[in-house]
Every structure is written in C-alpha cells, then in structure tokens.
Design a protein around this ligand. Structure first.
Ligand SMILES: [Zn+2]
Length: 391
C-alpha cells in the first residue's frame, strides 16, 4: 500500500524547499494578512468615532438635506465614502504598498500605485455608493416591506460587480494574445476534453507592476477565454500551465461562479437584514432619525463590516471545499499530479505563500486550502492511482 504521507511531512519538505529567505517572507506575508483583517474591523469604528459623537453626521445631513431626494442621499454617501477612504488610506498604504514592496511582489512606484488605487476606488466607489444610497431609499420607502427591495438591490449589485470585474482589471493591466501556437493548441485540446467551448487566451501584462501570478477563465462571446498573468506564463512550464487551466476548468464545469454568486447573495441579504434590524434599535441615537436616515451610515458601515467579516469566514469554509473539488477535477482531467504540484510550487514562490499557516488562520482567512494540504491531497490521490496514467 506504499508509505502513508501526512501533512507534517509535506510541510517540512516544502519549508525546506522554499528556503529561509522565502520562508521568512511568507511568514511576513501571513502577518500582513492578519493585520489587514484586523484593521478592516477597526477602520469602521474610527469612522463611527469621527462622525457620530461629534454630531457631524447629523450636521452634514441637515446641511445637505440628505434624506430629501435620491441624489442628495447619494452625495452624502459619496462624501462619507471619501472620509472612510481617508481613514483607511494609511492602512492601505501599509498593507498594499509598503508590505508588498518589502515582499518584492510590487514593482510600482508610489505615484503609479496611488494612481491605480484612485482609478479603481473611483469606479468601485461609484457603484458601492449607488448601492448604499439605494438601500436607504428602500428603507425609507418600504419601512416594513424592505426585504423585497433588498433582494432586488443585492441581485443588481452583484451582477454589476461581476460585470465590472474585467473592467477593473483592464484599468490596471493591458492584455495581449498568446504568442505560442503549441501551447494554444494544447489548451484547445484540454477545453475539448472538458467539453467547454474555447475562445482563446489573453495574457495580462502585469509584470511591470507586480510579481504575483494568477490565472482565471472569463466568459468571452459564446465561449470561455483563459486569462493568465504574464508573470505566471513566464514561470510555468507548459505542462504546469495546462494543470492550472484544468483547475480553472473544474470551477467552470462545476458552475462554481454561479453557486458562489447565489451563496453570496443569500449571505448579503442576511447580513443586510440583520444590520437593518439593529438600525431599528440603535438608529435613533442622538439626532439620528431611524434606519431610513442616511446619517446612520457610519453605524451601517460598522455593522456591515463586522457581520461581513463573519460572512467571509463562513464563505471561506465553503470555498475551501470548492477549491478541493477543482483540484480533484484537474487531476482527473490531466492525470498529471506532477504538473499540478509544479504549478503549486511556482504559485508559492511567486505569491510568498506559507505552505501551512496555523490552523486558526486557515479557518478564518483562507479561501483555498493551504498549499501543503492541496499537495497532500494530490499525492494521496496519485498513490491511490487516480492520476498516475502519465508522467
Ligand atoms: Zn480555484
């Protein structure tokens, strides 16, 4: 039956393979991930402290007559959003610029990075603020039948956010076609075996900005297109790239995006309903006029951030299982465990990922199983003979 591999063996092997320098970077990266999670909970508290005890939230509402029409409400939300951006910016700089530069994963100057952040936040902020303004409109218009409005609003918001994803990527990176006919043919053949219509490969030129690697499948016309970072393309052998794409095909075939959207929509409606319930109780604090009053926004933000973090933890548990299934699919499709393991190694090196974080961090923050766990699953499947046909 062969020797049984266990997690500790894989962790030890991978940590030795990474070497002290990359291992130290991976540990630093992990601390930054934890720090980012914690500051995500703290920033909304700062927003509440800034706007509510000072009376500024109410004063600004009265000055703008912010509850009088939808565009006044929207304007209020945008102004409040700008102040939230200002409060969050030092953390953003610390975690997304300074830490990434120390890791060697970010290759941009501060100015270039800042310009990208401003562009992205402007687009995302416009959509988010419209959604939040819409929420208050729903709360005011249907104080008792708000749930239906909420469901419609969340549905529209998620669809817009989904459609916006590629736009945001294109704001940051240029795309070009893949200049490798042989690899192109290999991928076309892989798609054919998975039964998914293939509409080519787009290579994102990210290497001038980041050293991180990634790949995804996006709908394109009637088919599906592979989008791959040039950093990943350079680092992977064709065989490992095929393995990565096979994993993404697993998501496609399992309809994971659709399922995730549905789970997310249900979760968001639940979180918003709880927030609304709480606003009905605490939304009368010191000059506030109940849940329909846009001056309660700092409170809503706080509740959405905290409840949202809880939702994220649940969602992560769900996604770790989805990722496991995609790995299993990739193995079955390629029958090439070595190709998959090479891909994991390249991703670990490029993204400074610790092979195995402490269990509580994995449970809380990871939307993929740890790399050591994924490798272990691969080796166990290969030992059972699930993927040993080639290589
Ligand atoms: Zn995946």
């Amino acid at each position: 039956m062969g020797t049984q591999v266990d997690l500790a063996d894989v962790v030890q092997e991978w940590e030795a393979w990474l070497g002290p320098e990359d291992l130290a970077k991976a540990r630093y990266h992990l601390r930054m991930q934890i720090g980012r999670f914690v500051t995500g909970l703290v920033t909304p508290l700062l927003l509440v402290a800034l706007w509510l005890p000072t009376g500024w939230a109410v004063a600004l509402r009265d000055a703008l007559q912010a509850n009088a029409s939808w565009w006044r409400t929207w304007l209020y939300v945008i102004l409040m959003g700008l102040s939230a951006f200002g409060l969050a910016f030092p953390f953003m700089w610390w975690f997304e610029f300074r830490a990434e530069q120390r890791l060697g994963t970010l290759r941009q100057s501060f100015r270039a990075w800042l310009w990208d952040v401003v562009k992205e936040k402007a687009v995302a902020g416009l959509v988010q603020s419209a959604f939040v303004a819409g929420l208050y409109w729903v709360f005011r218009r249907w104080p008792d039948a708000w749930l239906i409005g909420l469901v419609v609003g969340v549905g529209v918001f998620l669809m817009v956010a989904y459609a916006l994803q590629p736009v945001l990527l294109r704001l940051r990176y240029r795309a070009e076609p893949l200049d490798d006919p042989e690899l192109h043919a290999q991928l076309a053949e892989l798609f054919a075996r998975a039964g998914v219509p293939f509409s080519g490969v787009a290579v994102l030129r990210v290497s001038e900005k980041t050293a991180r690697g990634n790949a995804a499948l996006v709908p394109h016309g009637a088919g599906t297109r592979v989008v791959v970072f040039d950093t990943l393309l350079q680092a992977l052998s064709p065989r490992a790239l095929v393995a990565v794409v096979a994993h993404e095909l697993g998501h496609k075939v399992h309809r994971d995006m659709l399922k995730l959207m549905i789970v997310l929509a249900v979760g968001l409606v639940a979180v918003l309903s709880m927030a609304y319930g709480l606003l009905r109780v605490i939304g009368w604090w010191d000059g506030l006029q109940g849940p329909g009053d846009v001056a309660t926004l700092p409170l809503l933000w706080l509740m959405l951030s905290w409840l949202g973090a809880g939702l994220q933890v649940l969602l992560n548990a769900y996604m770790r299982r989805v990722e496991e299934a995609a790995d299993a699919y990739a193995l079955a499709l390629t029958r090439d465990p070595a190709g998959l393991e090479e891909a994991f190694r390249v991703l670990a090196r490029q993204n400074k990922t610790l092979p195995q974080p402490p269990l509580w961090v994995e449970r809380l923050l990871y939307n993929h199983p740890s790399l050591a766990r994924r490798v272990l699953a691969l080796r166990r499947a290969a030992a059972r003979g699930d993927g040993s046909a080639s290589s």
